[in-house]
Design a protein around this ligand. Structure first.
Ligand code: IPM
Ligand code: MN
Length: 356
């Protein structure tokens, strides 16, 4: 468990309350340890994640993370050397981001209900501009050049498409997979995605497929979210679109995510790797509201629920999900017509616990 920065410790505290309670109720032992990782440690020691800590993470069943990022640390240090390091070194190439409007939660989209906003984004999580390739030439001079390369490998694209098609086939919904790209401009990179999508699609006759451009997708998330079932896209588009997906489905305070690897063990990159999942709310560390009891812990609690599912604890996951739904339906934790909390962070967590 990494509480991290900003609101990270506040929201993970509530998720831990929920996990502890559900583990007691079901007599399913919960074992965890906290890593002191994040801004405070970096400011003290200039350390982010040590090799020893990476080994401990790789040997655990799952990682649970609050948030990283702090205005006192240069941008990218904590993000790249903690969060992205775990995603990349464990090759957690799937980033699952549900955009489900739970009944009673607020959407700013007029006339849309939970049956309209019910889709899941499968974000490629191991390539694209996130790979960190490139560099700066003649830095700080008028001739400065900065290059950040967009990496798209056939293997990387195929595996995320395969996961998305399988997920879509399994999901009891529209059986419709939408790929989001920019193939009209990024003809090399997204030409590859389009070819891979067509090829792979032939193996999934039960799944309807369509490919749309990212600009149009942004519009349709707002205009007609009911058009989506499973959305598959690259790392950077997935990052951007899922903030939009979050705000239409109850706000950042409700949006959870799972970073996964489902490949056979010999394909895992790290020696001794057991860990195949990192679970986190998709919101950041929100330093502007940190420490004031304003942060909604439900995203963190729903991330814990995704972790329980991953660990094979279906009963526990179900119980947590039901408790969250009841807490929202009760109608007391949000301000009227708003995604903002009406009660302190800890009370929201207590209410979820009371329904367990
Ligand atoms: C997210 C975050 C991260 C990302 C940052 C913190 C590196 O925005 O999980 O969406 O860009 O992936
Ligand atoms: Mn993001």
């Amino acid at each position: 468990m990494i509480e991290g920065d900003g609101i990270g410790p506040e929201v993970t505290r509530e998720a831990l309350k929920v996990l502890t309670k559900v583990s007691k109720k079901l007599s399913a032992p919960l074992e965890y340890n906290k890593l002191d990782v994040g801004a405070k440690r970096w400011l003290r020691t200039k350390e982010t994640l040590t090799d020893k800590e990476m080994d401990a993470i790789a040997a655990s069943d799952a990682v649970y993370l609050g948030a990283v990022g702090d205005p006192k640390v240069p941008p990218g240090v904590l993000e790249r050397d903690i969060l992205l390091k775990i995603r990349f070194e464990l090759d957690l190439y799937i980033n699952l981001r549900p955009c489900l409007l739970l009944p009673g939660a607020f959407t700013p989209l007029k006339g849309k209900t939970s049956s309209d906003i019910n889709f899941i984004v499968v974000r490629e999580n191991s390539e694209s501009v996130y790979a960190g390739m490139g560099g700066v030439f003649k830095r700080g001079t008028p001739d400065e050049v900065a290059i950040q390369e967009d990496i798209n490998t056939r293997k990387g694209v195929d595996r995320i498409l395969q996961y998305a098609f399988e997920y879509c086939e399994k999901r009891k919904h529209k059986k419709k997979l939408t790929m989001v790209d920019k193939a009209n401009v990024l003809t090399h990179a997204h030409g590859l995605w389009r070819r891979a999508f067509e090829d792979m699609g032939k193996n999934f006759p039960g799944v309807a497929r369509n490919a749309i451009y990212v600009d149009a997708a942004a519009m349709d998330f707002v205009r007609r979210p009911e058009a989506f079932d499973i959305v598959v896209t690259n790392n950077i588009f997935g990052d951007i679109l899922t903030d939009l997906g979050a705000i239409i489905s109850g706000g950042l305070g409700l949006a959870a995510s799972a970073n996964l690897n489902n490949l056979p063990s010999p394909d895992l990159p790290r020696k001794g790797q057991v860990c195949r999942g990192l679970f986190e709310p998709i919101h950041g560390s929100a330093p502007d509201i940190a420490g004031r009891g304003l942060a909604n812990p439900l995203a963190a609690i729903l991330a814990a629920k995704m972790m329980l599912e991953h660990l094979g604890e279906a009963t526990a996951a179900d119980a947590v999900e039901k408790a969250v739904k009841k807490t929202i339906l009760e109608g007391k934790i949000f301000k009227k017509d708003s995604p903002d909390l009406a009660v302190p962070t800890s009370e929201a967590g207590d209410r979820v616990c009371s329904y367990l």
